[in-house]
Write a protein of this length. Structure first.
Length: 256
């Protein structure tokens, strides 16, 4: 079982991340989120000049990358009948689904997480308790964001079964959410935006963490509990729901 899964993941890595997919994702990640701007060492400055810009920029990269990678992996493989050919070599549909999803999910998170790690290291932000905690929360909500978009795009790709159309549906939905919802810092619905939800969640998490340690954290952007739950619930619960639905669809889908 494990040997088969590793073999399938290696095949997916070679098939779906060959030139120019990896190069495109890395390039747009560097262009959008890699910043080496000098900032003041205050916690509020760190949050305002790095956390907010990072998620505002990375949201675009995550959406575009998930659309390309998962659309190519699922929708294109069905459209070009690669999936039928792969299943003829005896792996189950569940094994193929798990291998495809995990490979692409981990590759995306590895690229975005590395960009975040390089940025933090370049600014020497891992030496104090609050900056280290802030970066830990950034990694956590980056993980949630990648998980949600990966699951949603997988669901759409399996439902549409056409690469171009699945990418279009996904982009219309995601960018419709990003630009169609009015920004209101006190309204929970605003935190359904990928560029705003993780920012509020990180701000609230680091504020609660600071209060727990008895450290003053004035100036940080903290949201209400309702907004925090909207941001985290949308990403985490929504991601789980789309993932399980996609797995069910993979088991039932007609590949002809």
């Amino acid at each position: 079982m494990r040997g088969k899964l590793r073999e399938l993941m290696a095949w997916e890595l070679q098939d779906n991340w060959s030139f120019p997919i990896l190069e495109i994702v890395v390039a747009i990640t560097i262009v959008q989120v890699m910043s080496f701007t000098h900032i003041h060492r205050s916690h509020a400055s760190l949050f305002g000049y790095l956390v907010k810009p990072f998620f505002e920029n990375i949201s675009f990269v995550i959406i575009i990358s998930a659309a390309i990678v998962f659309g190519k992996s699922f929708a294109s493989s069905i459209e070009e009948r690669k999936l039928v050919l792969l299943l003829s070599y005896s792996p189950t549909r569940v094994q193929v689904f798990v291998a495809k999803y995990l490979t692409n999910f981990f590759m995306l998170f590895l690229i975005f997480g590395t960009a975040l790690l390089v940025q933090g290291t370049s600014l020497f932000l891992f030496g104090e308790v609050i900056p280290m905690a802030m970066w830990a929360f950034m990694f956590l909500y980056l993980l949630f964001a990648v998980f949600f978009t990966s699951s949603l795009m997988t669901f759409i790709a399996l439902g549409v079964k056409r690469f171009g159309l699945s990418v279009l549906v996904f982009l219309v939905f995601m960018f419709g959410m990003e630009y169609g919802i009015p920004i209101n810092a006190r309204d929970p619905i605003s935190y359904l935006m990928l560029k705003m939800g993780p920012v509020g969640a990180v701000g609230s998490s680091i504020t609660w963490f600071s209060n727990l340690l008895g450290i003053r954290s004035s100036g940080l952007f903290s949201v209400s509990l309702e907004c925090f739950l909207a941001a985290t619930g949308y990403l985490l619960i929504g991601g789980i729901a789309f993932l399980l639905t996609s797995l069910f669809a993979m088991k039932r889908i007609d590949l002809d």
